[in-house]
Design a protein around this ligand. Structure first.
Ligand code: ADP
Ligand code: MG
Length: 715
């Protein structure tokens, strides 16, 4: 057996057990994993400057000629350094390397190198300490870009670069492309091996752009194929046909009339559930459009037919909320309903589990609402009929997959409040049937939205005070500092590389969330300010949220973790700091946190600084927020402006449920919509000719590898 992508990385020279353990920390076990560890950025070494032009704030690339013999200076305790001078037309520079005496023979007088590093300038004298040096010749061009990887302790950048090269080399023999040649030609795509080589070691800007394009297409293409194949498999399983569905008893309990859109959604659900094929339906609709009652209708249909219904939500708060809304309704109709969350006492949990698993229809628990506690050991349904997941994109991918897998014969209803543009919905949910609730219940208030800059700070604080004096509560959302990738000024992020290799706009400095919470607490010493961020334990988060929900905390500062989920109708002011940093859809979700009760509500979008550092496009984006309230219109605008990245990230978890475990590694830059559509189209066309990919074994294997599919999921 030769070396394959599945070979452990220890087949590489110099990678032993210890290095392998370090790699494992980054999720890298095999050669294939290593190749998929794409660079996070590139050093721009092709932008040659003179000593005089060297940037003061970062590294520069220079072509210098060695002028003096390299001299080794010995220090005490076995330390030494090597130094020499090198020059270009604008001046001369001292170059120093520490503890690398062996370099001495390399730098002979007159030899020319491309040096890359920081040029220090003291009193008109230049120096560089341990720059990267590559021998330069006038004929052979040096590659302009150098990959920068996400790192972990114990592995140096040099080591990764070397190991990646070795892995590419070893696998080069196995270079047959998994994609049909006709497709590569039609879409002008480079081969996979070219793409993988050039994403890691780009020979030029053009090569990098071509590589990225191929790999993004590949992700989309495999995604479409994988989703379709998995889905087909599910469809072959039988589900309980729920023929006796009558939702009028539910409607009688409601203090309102259903909207037309809600009625249509329930009709589709009922029609699906009558069949013995599992329903796979996604219910999409803006925050507050009334999806819960549609889910309740579906649950009622299941229990009317002697089956059990499950509602799984991402947080305990949300679970409790649904339970307190729905339990009385089901109880009034004579159906049993329980709440199963982490905090449920052990004895109660045992009772619920026993009752769910009971084969006696009279003793059997009919409805359970809960969190991922529903996935814990021993939760078995004796008559599963319907699984509903709410706020789907906040679920851990594995969790939802697990519930669906365990109950593969149940009907499935997924609910999402993330508006997704039509073109993307077709791709992302192509294998699900979509019901869209595009009509709000009557009498909804609009959240007045303002865009301001830092100069409004004092007035803003006054406004906060006024809202709280009136009995309301305030959310403040800041971009998460820790979620930001550190980028050195000379580096170019992978996501900034479009087809033309041009760069995207620079970002203004961020408002650090923690510091800001402290600042606010100082401004409002008599109020309670709490802080919430993504790295907190979920119990801590829930505790803070609970305190906000019950009014003990008046101002909640957070990162975007509050984006989806809880309902605090008393909150009436949403302030978003550095709003220019957020996507439109994200801003829309945030705005949806207020205006949920009777209070007149406001959303204030604060631009960083005095607003001058905010780009024109960002300002236009905020203007869209100020004037538009329709989540779908906003989503279309977002797609047009920022590309599909945010949607893919949000939908990713959902796609994983369908497909086993794909993360989009590259597909997040601006111009990928067309590529996404092309890839989807191509995948459909291919499947219409070869439904199981039986005639494309290599491609099937590629899709399976890309998805890390469990054996047998695709047959
Ligand atoms: P979401 O779609 O965001 O989950 P919910 O189902 O929580 O929305 O509904 C939001 C609020 O609207 C709830 O208080 C619900 O009782 C109410 N509601 C739902 N449908 C209607 C309707 N047709 N008319 C009036 N109020 C409604
Ligand atoms: Mg909801």
């Amino acid at each position: 057996m030769g070396v394959t992508r599945e070979s452990p990385i220890t087949v590489l020279g110099g990678v032993g057990r210890v290095k392998a353990e370090h790699y494992a920390k980054m999720g890298i076990y095999t050669l294939g994993d290593l190749i998929l560890h794409y660079p996070r950025a590139y050093e721009n070494r092709g932008d040659i400057v003179t000593l005089e032009q060297a940037r003061p704030d970062g590294k520069s690339a220079l072509i210098l000629t060695v002028a003096t013999e390299a001299r080794v200076v010995r220090l005490r305790s076995h330390k030494s350094f090597l130094k020499f001078r090198a020059f270009d037309d604008s001046g001369s520079c001292e170059i120093v390397y520490f503890n690398q005496d062996y370099l001495k023979s390399q730098f002979c007088i007159g030899s020319i190198y491309r040096f890359f590093g920081k040029v220090e300038r003291k009193g008109g004298k230049y120096s560089m300490s341990s720059p990267v040096a590559e021998p330069w010749t006038p004929t052979a061009e040096l590659p302009p870009l150098w990959a920068v990887y996400r790192m972990t302790e114990g592995i140096t950048p040099k080591q990764i670069a070397k190991d990646v090269s070795a892995a590419l080399e070893l696998l080069a023999a196995d270079a047959a492309d998994p994609l049909p040649a006709s497709l590569l030609q039609r879409r002008s795509l480079c081969t996979l091996s070219y793409a993988e080589r050039n994403i890691h070691k780009p020979s030029s800007w053009e090569a990098l752009a071509a590589a990225r394009r191929r790999l993004v297409y590949d992700e989309f293409f495999c995604f479409s194929l994988g989703a379709a194949l998995t889905h087909r498999k599910e469809k072959t399983l039988g589900a309980p046909a729920c023929q006796n569905g009558d939702v009028t008893p539910l409607l009688r309990t409601l203090p309102y009339e259903l909207t037309g859109a809600q009625k249509r959604a329930i009709d589709s659900i009922r029609a699906d559930m009558q069949k013995n094929v599992p329903m796979s339906r996604i219910l999409v609709g803006d925050v507050g459009c009334g999806k819960t009652v549609c889910a309740a209708a579906a649950m009622l249909i299941a229990v009317q037919n002697g089956r059990q219904a499950v509602l799984m939500v991402p947080t305990e708060i949300l679970a409790r909320q649904h339970y307190s809304d729905l339990e009385p309704i089901f109880a009034s109709m004579g159906y049993s309903c329980a709440l199963l969350i982490g905090a449920t006492p052990a004895a109660e949990k045992r009772r619920i589990k026993a009752s769910l698993a009971s084969h006696d229809p009279l003793a059997r628990l009919q409805i359970v609402i809960g969190t991922h506690a529903l996935l814990s050991e021993g939760v078995e349904f004796s008559a599963p009929g319907l699984i509903v997941t709410d706020e789907q994109h906040r679920f851990g991918a594995r969790q939802r997959a697990k519930l669906a897998e365990k109950n593969a014969r149940a009907h499935l209803l997924v609910m999402s409040a993330t508006p997704i543009p039509r073109s993307l919905a077709l791709v992302l949910y192509g294998e699900l049937d979509i019901s869209k609730i595009d009509e709000m219940p009557p009498g909804r208030q609009r959240v007045d939205t303002f865009v301001v800059d830092e100069s409004y700070r004092a007035r803003l604080n006054g406004f906060i005070q006024k809202q709280i004096d009136g009995g309301g509560q305030v959310y403040v959302v800041c971009p998460a500092v820790e979620e930001q990738e550190e980028v050195a000024p000379e580096e170019i992020m992978l996501s900034q590389i479009g087809d033309g290799g041009e760069m995207r706009e620079e970002k203004p400095p961020l408002k650090a969330a923690v510091a800001y919470a402290e600042e606010l607490q100082k401004s409002f010493p008599h109020l309670r300010v709490a802080f919430l961020h993504g790295k907190m334990k979920s119990a801590e988060k829930e505790f803070v949220m609970q305190n906000f929900a019950n009014g003990e905390v008046q101002i909640l500062v957070s990162t975007t973790v509050i984006e989806v989920g809880v309902n605090v109708p008393n909150a009436c002011l949403m302030i978003v700091e550095n709003a220019e940093r957020f996507g439109l859809s994200q801003l829309h979700q945030l705005r949806g946190r207020v205006g949920r009760g009777k209070r007149k509500s406001y959303c204030i979008l604060v631009m960083g600084g005095d607003g001058t550092s905010v780009s024109q496009t960002s300002k236009q984006r905020l203007e869209v927020m100020r004037t538009t309230y329709d989540g779908y219109l906003i989503a279309e605008q977002d797609l047009a402006q920022r590309g599909p990245g945010d949607f893919l990230a949000a939908a990713n978890d959902d796609t994983v449920r369908q497909s086993g475990g794909l993360t989009f590694r590259l597909a997040d830059a601006g111009e990928d919509v067309t590529l996404l559509q092309e890839a989807t189209e191509d995948a459909r066309a291919l499947l219409s000719e070869d439904a199981t990919l039986a005639d494309h074994p290599r491609l099937l294997e590629h899709v399976q590898n890309t998805f890390h599919l469990e054996n047998g999921l695709i047959s």
